[in-house]
Design a protein around this ligand. Sequence first.
Ligand SMILES: Cc1cc2nc3c(=O)[nH]c(=O)nc-3n(C[C@H](O)[C@H](O)[C@H](O)COP(=O)(O)OP(=O)(O)OC[C@H]3O[C@@H](n4cnc5c(N)ncnc54)[C@H](O)[C@@H]3O)c2cc1C
Length: 396
Amino acid sequence: MALRSPAEFKEGLQDGRVIYYKGKQIKDIVAHEDLGIGVEHVSLDYELAENPEHRDLYVWHDPDLNQPCSRYFKIPETTEDLLNRRRMIEESTRLADAVVLLIKEIGSDAIFALDLITNKVDSKFGTEYRNRLRAFLEQCKVNDFSLAVAQTDVKGNRSLLPSDQEHADYYVRIVEERADGIVVRGAKAHTTCAPYVDRIIVLPTRAFGENDGDYAVSFAVPVNAPGLKLIASPFGSPPISSFHHPVSSRHRMIDTLTVFDDVFIPNENVFLKGEWQYAGPLANTFVEYHRFTAVSYKPPLCDLFIGAAALLAHYNGIAKASHVRDKLTKLITYTETVRGLSLAAAHDCLKQDTGAVVPDITKTNLAKYHFANGYHQAVSWVQDIAGGLVVTGPDE
Ligand SMILES: Cc1cc2nc3c(=O)[nH]c(=O)nc-3n(C[C@H](O)[C@H](O)[C@H](O)COP(=O)(O)OP(=O)(O)OC[C@H]3O[C@@H](n4cnc5c(N)ncnc54)[C@H](O)[C@@H]3O)c2cc1C
């Protein structure tokens, strides 16, 4: 198959998955009036792969499979690979009015991290995780899977390691080992896009100690696996007015509490099982890739700030006022610093033993820091230029 249409992607979601939202079980996520907005939003990923204007960027011919695949599944080996990835993420986010899609970006970040870490675990323990991971990656390419990542555990008391918590299930753990797989129990918080993806990749969230072996677990799981339950957050429920909320009424990311109620994971989908020494390195390596993704999807939002501020200045007749020009200049400086640092991170990437590259860690972190640290200030410049009407204005 290799590439799916938006309709095929939506059909794939009708698989009996268990989703709860506002206290009710949702039978058809595609048709659901709130959650369906998320499905429609991420379908853009599949549209871009079909669109002649964007196809060259979003589709990659895999020489091993000798077929076209989503370029998100190409393990980055050069600066050019990272720059392509950056462009894909920035462009799709821009086309979705500054809301990232995140149905292949985050999952491929996890795959890249697992590819590096399973290589190390296999060398030390003689395991075969990397072969399993490579087989899973091939499934992702061939089936054009969408993916979520469940890393953040509910955690309980943050000062304590998992095995010291008052409740054993505050971190996802292995409760049973069978000849053909493992059974896992617990819950992950904040899993973005989980209700409308094909597979969830589970990663450890932090470094563990030697008593935490049952918690050092990583695997991939289909969303309709028996015992897997998603409780979707109502945060960002669609606003009533699409006039007042032109973006959030059409583009939405849905996060879940992801409950593993004794879920069986076959051996072929298990990528870490008890090697607690590698939980921390896996968590960190994922973040090194994922932060680069994050700083690739921030610039379109910053661009929106600049455009909105310039338009509002024009409406208010103050475009030539010196304090307005000063604020617009600062907004541009803010935006281009994030963009420039993310580009520099790709240029100064670090080659790994496997041949893969990791974006420069310092520059990626600086880009994220600069974005987050300046965010509220940037919004305040737009608010100042806008005046009060954006909040108090009448409806359509
Ligand atoms: C919109 C959104 C989408 C997200 N999407 C995903 C996703 O798709 N997948 C995923 O896995 N995660 C996701 N996350 C999770 C995100 O990565 C976490 O929120 C983040 O890692 C922080 O974890 P936390 O929320 O448990 O907060 P905490 O880590 O508990 O932080 C709360 C406070 O506790 C402090 N703290 C924590 N531990 C300690 C300690 N040991 N000692 C002292 N202080 C401590 C922190 O510094 C902070 O001040 C998402 C989050 C958001 C908000």
